[in-house]
Design a protein around this ligand. Structure first.
Ligand code: UDP
Length: 465
């Protein structure tokens, strides 16, 4: 299958890189050659796994030293311009060398890479790295149902095909959610999403690969008549899913400090006893929120492992917490950890998460129930799915002033960790989704077969050309 050469173009963020690396490995295992391309702003911080059939072609996005949330508006323009130029040169050069790309695949919002590919007659496919439900929401918003979303307020809900009833608090925050917990300038993001949906619609019968699986989002994957969405996930290392390649454990995508000293501590904790807390790779969590979480944890008296990254200003968030000393005796704070390994550790009883899609899928694949604390972006919709559709977690709610209090965090943690009926139900459902996730990636599973069919199609198209 030497002839199948994929150029995989990834947005330079951890949430895109982790699933994309797994995706690249799966394509290589099915016989493709893959060239992975992203900005130096990310490539400089990631390890590059040495896998025959996989190589790397980074480009300068103008922010090679790294990217902060405040840069995002300018970064987006810079990356589009420089990236389009770099990709066009790369595609042309490879063609002239006699080893042309037969397909370009790009992650969510990198639609401009699809435009470049089209201009150079290379077929392109979107790899959507959020839930299918969220693609449905954006698609409906930018096509037929925009007014329904715009006119929804108070306790009203929006009903659109393939999506559970959504209140305003369940909308992706780019669609003017009032609940967003971070104050980044996001004008670029909603425009990028609109352009992404337009790019999907340019094709007559577009196909989109989605990091999800049939059993998890059956209706959502089939909700848009024009678009064929194909579930090929969860894109998580093999060791934690099908077990076929036990050496495939780390994402290999991140060179952050990862001291590992928490593993011994986890080993010393009883089964299902530890609360794991993490808010992804990117957003700084406001201190007011951290205070309430910390106090809720202290009041719960439960052991915990908490990932608290340094802020972009270089501060250690726990140093400002009022209950810092009480926390120290009760659990462990780390700057970064191997999250999927942690989630698979028998001591972990629940995951208090920002509901980033990778974190959510990793928890699903590990059978760990969730406390959902969304911050921005698709995380609000993911929280809705976790609580009301998959019923494997509870979502924190704000009081009359919109504040999620320490008592609320404590209530939710205790509900998920507790031996009561609710806790049992959540754990039972979490186990059910874990089994279904594993089944999806087996050789007779839906995600494996879907990806294989996609590969076969790529080859057929090649031979027709
Ligand atoms: N992650 C990790 N260690 C940590 C925190 C996060 O490996 O201490 C990984 C996590 O496993 C996931 C990614 O970083 O794959 C975060 O992606 P997600 O979509 O959940 O959130 P984002 O970073 O995009 O907000």
């Amino acid at each position: 299958m030497e002839d199948c050469h994929v150029l995989l173009v990834i947005f330079p963020g951890q949430g895109h890189i982790n699933p994309s690396l797994q995706f690249a490995k799966r394509l290589v295992n099915l016989g493709a050659k893959v060239t992975l391309s992203t900005g130096f702003s990310a490539m400089n911080h990631m390890s590059r796994p040495q896998i025959p059939g996989l190589d790397f072609a980074p480009f300068s996005d103008g922010y090679d030293a790294g990217l902060k949330p405040d840069d995002l508006n300018d970064f987006w323009v810079s990356m589009k311009t420089r990236g389009s130029d770099a990709l066009a040169k790369l595609i042309t050069a490879r063609k002239e060398e006699g080893r042309p790309f037969t397909r370009l695949i790009y992650t969510t919002i990198m639609y401009w890479a699809g435009v470049v590919a089209r201009g150079l007659h290379v077929p392109a496919t979107l790899l959507w790295i959020q839930p299918a439900t969220v693609l449905d929401i954006y698609y409906h918003y930018f096509t037929e149902y925009g007014d329904l979303f715009r006119n929804c307020s108070g306790n009203q809900v929006v009903e659109v095909p393939g999506v559970p009833c959504l209140g305003v608090r369940d909308f992706p925050s780019f669609l003017f959610s009032t609940e967003t917990n971070v104050n980044y300038d996001l004008d670029w993001a909603i425009e990028a999403m609109r352009d992404q949906i337009e790019e999907i619609n340019v094709e007559e019968s577009p196909k989109v690969l989605v990091n999800t699986f049939d059993a998890l989002e059956f209706d959502a994957l089939r909700a848009i008549k024009k678009v064929r969405m194909v579930g090929i996930g969860p894109l998580i290392p093999s060791a934690y899913l099908d077990g076929k390649d036990p050496s495939d454990t780390a994402f290999g995508g991140d060179l952050r400090q990862n001291s590992n000293d928490y593993v011994e501590w986890l080993d010393s904790q009883p089964k299902n006893s530890v609360v794991y807390l993490a808010f992804g790779s990117y957003a700084d969590v406001p201190n007011t929120i951290l205070e309430e979480i910390a106090q809720g944890l202290v009041n719960s008296k439960l052991p915990f492992l908490w990932v608290l990254r340094e802020t972009y200003k270089g501060e250690k968030p726990e140093e400002k917490l009022r209950c810092k000393e009480e926390l120290e005796g009760q659990g462990k704070i780390v700057r970064w950890c191997a999250q999927v390994e942690v989630l698979q550790h028998p001591s972990i009883g629940c995951f208090l998460t920002h509901c980033g899609w990778n974190s959510t899928l990793e928890s699903i694949a590990s059978g760990v129930p969730l406390v959902a604390c969304p911050l921005w972006n698709d995380q609000f919709s993911n929280a809705k799915l976790i609580q009301d559709v998959w019923k494997m977690g509870v979502r924190v709610s704000g009081n009359e002033e919109g504040v999620v209090t320490a008592d609320e965090y404590k209530r939710c943690i205790e509900c998920v960790m507790g031996g009561g009926e609710k806790g049992e139900e959540l754990r039972k459902n979490a186990k059910k989704w874990k089994d279904l996730a594993k089944a999806a990636v087996k050789e007779d599973g839906s995600s494996y077969l879907n990806l294989k069919a996609y590969m076969d199609e790529m080859l057929t198209l090649k031979s027709i050309n």
